[in-house]
Write a new protein. Structure first.
Length: 184
């Protein structure tokens, strides 16, 4: 039994760099959309930050945009992963405090909650009567976005994991560390 466990452990060791690569790719994709949105509508982001009561909205919009833009590129490449993860966590904490925290945990509202079910049914009836419901739902169900902190906290946990474990061997960081003799 012990020998079987050792074989299993050796076999899984071959896959050890896939989880950090997977996390990096998910994070890069998750941050890319918001970063590009901020770049393409910077004045709108400044105004939105101001409406949220964020102090110095222009400066904070620059910082958030720069962090998310540099972050998704660096995380994708696995370059400076442990360092860029720190300000990215900071951006996520601000997102919880200013936007997502007051909306609870769930990103998508639970359709089993009576109030949510009632609103979904009313919206479906309106869409079925006045819209092309088949076309609207052929790519997925109609939902209510709760915009809670579920994804934000998930991103924070993934970033913390990358800080602790590093980006894995499928990264530029790994090759730099190897070149400098800093391998773990």
């Amino acid at each position: 039994m012990l020998e079987l466990y050792k074989k299993y452990k050796d076999a899984t060791r071959l896959l050890r760099d896939l989880p950090p690569l997977g996390m990096r790719l998910i994070l890069a994709y998750g941050f890319m959309g918001p970063a590009l949105m901020k770049l393409n509508n910077f004045d709108g982001i400044v105004a939105w930050f101001g409406s949220l009561g964020i102090p110095f909205p222009w400066i904070n919009a620059v910082l958030a945009t720069a962090t998310e833009t540099a972050g998704f590129i660096l995380i994708f490449l696995g370059l400076g992963t442990r360092l860029i993860s720190i300000p990215m966590i900071g951006v996520m904490i601000v997102a919880i405090l200013t936007v997502h925290g007051s909306n609870g945990w769930l990103a998508i509202a639970d359709s089993n909650v009576p109030e949510i079910a009632q609103r979904l049914n009313a919206a479906r009836e309106i869409l079925q009567e006045y819209g092309n419901y088949q076309w609207l739902t052929e790519k997925g169900s109609f939902v209510i976005l709760q915009n809670g902190m579920e994804f934000v906290v998930t991103y924070i946990v993934m970033l913390l994991s990358l800080i602790v474990t590093g980006p894995g061997r499928i990264s530029i960081d790994y090759f730099i560390s190897r070149k400098l003799g800093l391998e773990e």
